[in-house]
Design a protein around this ligand. Structure first.
Ligand code: ADP
Ligand code: ZN
Length: 290
C-alpha cells in the first residue's frame, strides 16, 4: 500500500462504539501494526479509564504521532464534546481534551460514520472518487459525505447524519424527538422494535422495505448534493444483502429523477472489518495535514 499519512510515524486509531471499543496502531502505509479491543461498559462511571488502559496497552511499543478517534454521534464543537447516543454516561464529554491530557500527543476526534467515509476513500470502494455518500445501517444509521474531494463537517461537525432525514411523514417516533426518520424506520434497533425479533430473522418484506427507505433517503441526498454513488456498510444492510441493495437501487432510480442524480447507485461498502480502525487513523492523518 502507498503512504497515506502526512507523517512518517504511526498513529493510534481508536473506535468507540456502543458495543465495543477497539484501538490500533496504524502505519503510514495504512497497515495495522497492533490492535486490541474491549467491551464497552456504557454505564460505567470510569469508561474513560478503560479507554486509556486500552490505548496504553496497544501503543506502548510504538512512538506515535497522534491519536485519531471515530466516536458515535452526536458531538459538538467538532468533536470537542461528544454525547454518543448509546453511551449515556458520556454527555458533552471532553474526549479530545482528556485523551490529549493522558497521552500528550495531538488528538483528533470525529464521528464514526464520517471516519468510515474517509476509510472508504482510502482503502474501500470509493478509492479515487471525489464525490460520494458513505453510510452505515447497523444498530443505528449514520453517514458521511465526501464532496469535491473533502469530507463535509458542517457547523458543529455533524454533517452527513442521514439517519435523521425524514422518509415517512408520520412514521415511528425517533430517539431524536422527530418521527419517520430513516434511523427510526431502518436501524437494527427499529427493526427489532417493529418485528419483536432479531433483524437477521426479518422477513423478505422487511428487508425490501428497509432497502426502499434507504434508497429514498439517498435519492434526496444525491439530488441535493450532486452525487451519484453511495456505499453502504453495517450488519443490517450487508446482512439483508441482495434484496436490500436491489430495493435500494429501485427506489433510488424511482426517486432520483433530476438529471444530475440520475444513474445513482447504492452499493455495498468495500471495507472489511478493518474499516473503523483505518477510518480513525484517517481522522488523525486529516488532522495532522490541516
Ligand atoms: P454496530 O451497530 O455496533 O456498528 P453492526 O454493524 O454489526 O454493529 O450492527 C449491529 C446490528 O446489525 C444489530 O441490530 C444486529 O441485530 C444487526 N445484524 C447482525 N447480523 C445481521 C444479519 N445477518 N442480518 C441483519 N441484521 C443483522
Ligand atoms: Zn431522528
Amino acid at each position: 500500500m502507498n503512504m497515506l499519512s502526512p507523517v512518517a510515524t504511526p498513529v493510534v486509531a481508536l473506535d468507540v462504539g456502543g458495543t465495543k471499543i477497539e484501538a490500533g496502531v496504524i502505519a503510514p502505509s495504512g497497515d495495522i501494526l497492533a490492535r486490541q479491543r474491549c467491551e464497552t461498559r456504557p454505564h460505567a462511571p470510569d469508561l474513560f479509564g478503560d479507554v486509556v488502559a486500552l490505548v496504553r496497552e496497544v501503543s506502548h511499543d510504538f512512538d506515535v504521532a497522534a491519536i485519531g478517534v471515530g466516536c458515535g454521534g452526536p458531538m459538538r464543537l467538532h468533536g470537542e464534546r461528544v454525547s454518543p447516543l448509546n453511551i449515556p454516561t458520556w454527555r458533552d464529554f471532553p474526549l479530545r481534551h482528556e485523551l490529549h491530557g493522558a497521552f500528550g500527543v495531538p488528538v483528533f476526534v470525529d464521528n464514526d460514520a464520517k471516519a468510515l467515509a474517509l476509510a472508504e476513500g482510502v482503502c474501500g470502494a470509493a478509492r479515487g472518487l471525489s464525490d460520494y455518500l458513505s453510510m452505515v445501517v447497523s444498530t443505528g444509521v449514520g453517514g458521511g459525505i465526501v464532496l469535491d474531494g473533502r469530507l463535509l463537517d458542517g457547523r458543529d461537525g455533524n454533517a452527513g447524519h442521514i439517519g435523521h432525514v425524514n422518509v415517512l411523514p408520520d412514521g415511528h417516533p425517533c430517539e431524536c424527538g422527530s418521527r419517520g426518520c430513516l434511523e427510526a424506520e431502518t436501524s437494527g434497533t427499529a427493526i427489532r422494535r417493529m418485528t419483536g425479533d432479531a433483524p437477521k430473522m426479518a422477513s423478505e418484506e422487511i428487508r425490501r422495505r428497509t432497502g426502499t427507505l434507504v434508497g429514498r433517503a439517498v435519492a434526496s441526498v444525491a439530488a441535493l448534493l450532486d452525487l451519484d454513488r453511495c456505499f453502504v456498510a453495517g450488519s443490517v444492510a450487508l446482512g439483508f444483502g441482495d434484496i436490500f441493495f436491489a430495493s435500494a437501487n429501485e427506489a433510488a432510480a424511482d426517486y432520483a429523477r433530476i438529471e444530475h442524480a440520475r444513474g445513482l447507485r447504492v452499493e455495498p461498502s468495500g471495507l472489511g472489518a478493518d474499516g473503523p480502525l483505518v477510518g480513525a487513523a484517517a481522522v488523525a492523518w486529516r488532522g495532522l495535514s490541516s
